[in-house]
Design a protein around this ligand. Structure first.
Ligand SMILES: C[S@@+](CC[C@H](N)C(=O)[O-])C[C@H]1O[C@@H](n2cnc3c(N)ncnc32)[C@H](O)[C@@H]1O
Length: 215
């Protein structure tokens, strides 16, 4: 079934899930106004709603990830995108999973060990701190992360620097994330640091914008 048909058929369930998640999101922001999404709330990321509207395979397809690539997953959280990306790039590729929270990286580490995945490296850092290597990545991801980063310009500048010329940063935002960023805000930030916007896919409740580092 196409995504449009599925969304139409499940509109009531979707509305209910959206209201519930909005409520939880607003409560979280009230309790933890300046904190990254806690690892205890990983269920808000790993659930059938997220898999349907912003599932890993869909996002890997949108970014054009293929075997052999080197991928940077910024704000990897519990590894929802990291592990499928590692599987897709295969033994000749590599994924660097970066997150500011050790507890999130611990979750990724446990999954890597359980699934015997060996082509992922973990990097504990804040996006924008400059801990990534320059010009080595083919693709980078920011999936429901940008709004949590205090210095968004520094983060995008670091990712721009870490990508090879012609590399792509794929940004996905999902409603009802309380930190959701608008396409206009992403466009402004992208242009500020030298990215070119290369299309927007999807709309509501999830969209992806691909930003290219000019070759
Ligand atoms: C809402 S979760 C998204 C996780 C994952 N991208 C996904 O889609 O499942 C946001 C993640 O970004 C991380 N994060 C927040 N601020 C960050 C920063 N300044 N630098 C790096 N990671 C950050 C959080 O720790 C959290 O794991």
């Amino acid at each position: 079934m196409s995504q449009e048909n599925w969304l139409y058929k499940n509109r009531l369930k979707l509305a209910l899930a959206t209201l519930t998640l909005t409520g939880i999101g607003l409560l979280i922001r009230r309790w933890y106004p300046r904190m990254p999404c806690p690892s205890s709330l990983s269920f808000l990321l790993e659930n059938p709603f997220m898999n349907r509207v912003a599932g890993a395979q869909l996002l890997l397809d949108r970014a054009g990830v293929v075997p052999g690539m080197k991928v940077l997953d910024v704000g990897c959280g519990p590894g929802r995108i990291t592990l499928p990306a590692a599987q897709r790039v295969g033994g000749n590729g590599e994924v660097i999973a970066l997150d500011i929270q050790p507890a999130m990286l611990q979750r990724v580490q446990e999954k890597l060990a359980a699934q015997k995945v060996t082509n992922v490296r973990l990097l504990q850092a804040g996006a924008g701190e400059g801990k990534t290597e320059p010009e080595v990545f083919d693709r980078a991801f920011l999936v429901t992360v940008l709004g949590e980063i205090p210095d968004k310009t520094a983060a995008l500048r670091e990712i721009h620097n870490a990508l090879k010329p012609g590399g792509i940063l794929s940004i996905t935002e999902v409603f009802p994330d309380p930190d959701i960023q608008t396409p206009g805000a992403i466009r402004r930030l992208a242009q500020e640091v030298g990215f070119e916007v290369n299309g927007k896919m999807g709309s509501f409740p999830a969209f992806t914008m691909n930003l290219v580092k000019p070759a």
